[in-house]
Design a protein around this ligand. Structure first.
Ligand code: CMC
Length: 425
């Protein structure tokens, strides 16, 4: 294998180093391209651009592989707890029991949010989308912890911010739902584990006892693990590279996740399935709509920028969906429609030719629905799961002292021209 790439430009041959990752992925290191040749690369949507080297998550879209710090997602989803996975992503190794206990205790200490923040909720309309509320609330945390604005503070102080975020995001997420319902906020219960505490804050009422079903806790644990990281969806790294504080950086990650082509797809999927159901359940008609280039409709929950064979998370979620619905004794017609839709699409030439398979969002909404989570909260659940991955990406980037992220462009606008007085235009 060659360890240099040769590029000929305007009659001169330039050599650039080839970088090889631990899983034998190869990249041409073009960091000196502009300095040496005057050229830049053009790659709209970054389909071929490696933004960094990273030790966190390995993803092979052709083989359908996803590993966090080397551990297969299938094993983690089956055996680990969400906080164990969060520790693994952020600190690089699975924790010992003592390390996990210390991590949990530290997070539990910070689950409350400042009482003044409760007033912010009151200012939002009842119909406010919880993703809008959550991203603003997370950014607002920076105003209560102004020391987090100092990019040069100690590693210990940065770690405290990490623990605060892990502790407070579930509280703020659950409260954004309570606010939409105009229900009283439930304070965190620190004797509960992470997932149980979140469900308690979402669904309990001060007027009566609330028993969290262990099947629901286990299902949530699995879903959060499956969402915990997905390598380079680079918003967090780009924003963090400007040395913006961690709260603002994570808030930007939440905003980027919200879009229907990304994490917002889980809400879109269930709304699509409900529409198909109300329309009589004719899946062929909807598959035809998705193929029609004149029709903006896309089959939500299908296709992925990186997975071109299958999404390993979707495989786990499909099985979990069957298990959880049967354990909870739920018979949801949406599941039948989803399965029919998947079958028709997978046998269709259009989808086969474009390698379009169900992604993580295709079945996750059906599980969230079975757990009693309202549709508008689905993307918030994704954010709750993705938080440790975002933190890990930010931590790695800042520790590696990566430069500010700032892509170039090829300008295609007007060449210089003189200002024309308004009366003459
Ligand atoms: N339904 C119908 N056609 C599709 C779909 C779909 N869901 N996805 C892609 N295509 C077609 C697209 O029209 C294009 O066709 P053509 O080559 O004829 O122009 C071709 O497939 C390639 O699509 P693309 O948009 O260039 O592919 P991409 O890699 O840029 O986009 C995607 C990936 C996820 C944005 C896209 O597949 C999509 O819009 N899917 C639906 C939304 C969705 O489920 N998003 C959640 C992604 S998983 C969560 C996460 O990790 O973010």
């Amino acid at each position: 294998m060659s360890n240099v790439a040769k590029i000929e430009l305007d009659g001169t041959v330039y050599e650039f180093p080839v970088v090889v990752g631990s899983e034998n992925e190869k990249a041409i290191d073009i960091s000196k391209l502009r300095d040496t040749t005057g050229y830049v690369t053009l790659d709209t949507g970054y389909k071929n651009t490696g933004a960094t080297t990273s030790k966190i998550t390995f993803l092979d879209g052709e083989e359908g592989i996803l590993r966090y710090r080397g551990y297969p997602i299938e094993q983690l989803a089956e055996k680990a707890s969400f906080l164990e996975v969060a520790y693994l992503l952020i600190y690089g190794e699975l924790p010992t029991q003592a390390q996990l206990d210390e991590f949990k205790t530290s997070i539990q200490k910070h689950t409350l949010v400042h009482e003044d923040m409760k007033q912010f909720f009151e200012a939002y309309p009842a119909k406010a989308h919880p993703m809008g509320v959550l991203s603003s609330m997370i950014c607002s945390l920076s105003t209560f912890y102004p020391e987090s604005l100092d990019p040069n503070r100690s590693a210990e102080a940065k770690n405290l911010t990490i623990h605060r975020l892990l502790a407070k995001l579930p509280t703020l997420a659950a409260w954004s739902y309570k606010n939409a319902m105009r229900h009283p906020f439930m304070y965190p219960r620190n004797e509960f584990d992470y997932c149980k505490n979140f469900l308690y804050m979402m669904f309990a009422m001060p007027t009566e006892d609330y028993n969290v079903d262990p099947v629901v806790v286990e299902a949530l644990n699995k879903l959060l693990i499956l969402h915990a990281d997905h390598e380079q969806k680079s918003t967090v790294r780009i924003v963090g590279s400007s040395q913006a504080n961690l709260y603002a950086t994570i808030s930007a990650g939440i905003s980027a996740l919200w879009g229907p082509l990304h994490g917002g797809a889980n809400q879109e999927v269930i709304e699509m399935l409900e529409k198909i159901h109300q329309d009589g359940g004719d899946v062929d008609k909807w598959v035809a709509k998705a193929k029609d280039k004149e029709d903006p409709f896309r089959l939500m929950g299908f296709g992925h920028r990186v997975y071109k064979n299958f999404d390993p998370r979707a495989k786990i979620i499909k099985k979990a969906c069957d298990d959880i619905l049967s354990k909870l004794g739920i018979n949801d017609p949406m599941l039948e429609i989803a399965k029919k839709l998947e079958k028709v699409a997978l046998e269709d030439e259009y989808f086969k030719a474009r390698n379009l398979y169900p992604n993580v969002d295709f079945y996750s909404g059906i599980i969230y629905k079975a757990l009693g989570i309202p549709t508008e909260m689905f993307t918030v659940m994704f954010a709750l799961g993705r938080l440790p991955g975002w933190i890990a990406q930010w931590k790695e980037m800042t520790e590696n002292k990566e430069p500010i992220g700032r892509p170039r462009q090829i300008y295609t606008g007007e060449t210089p021209r003189d200002y024309v007085e308004i009366s003459k235009r």
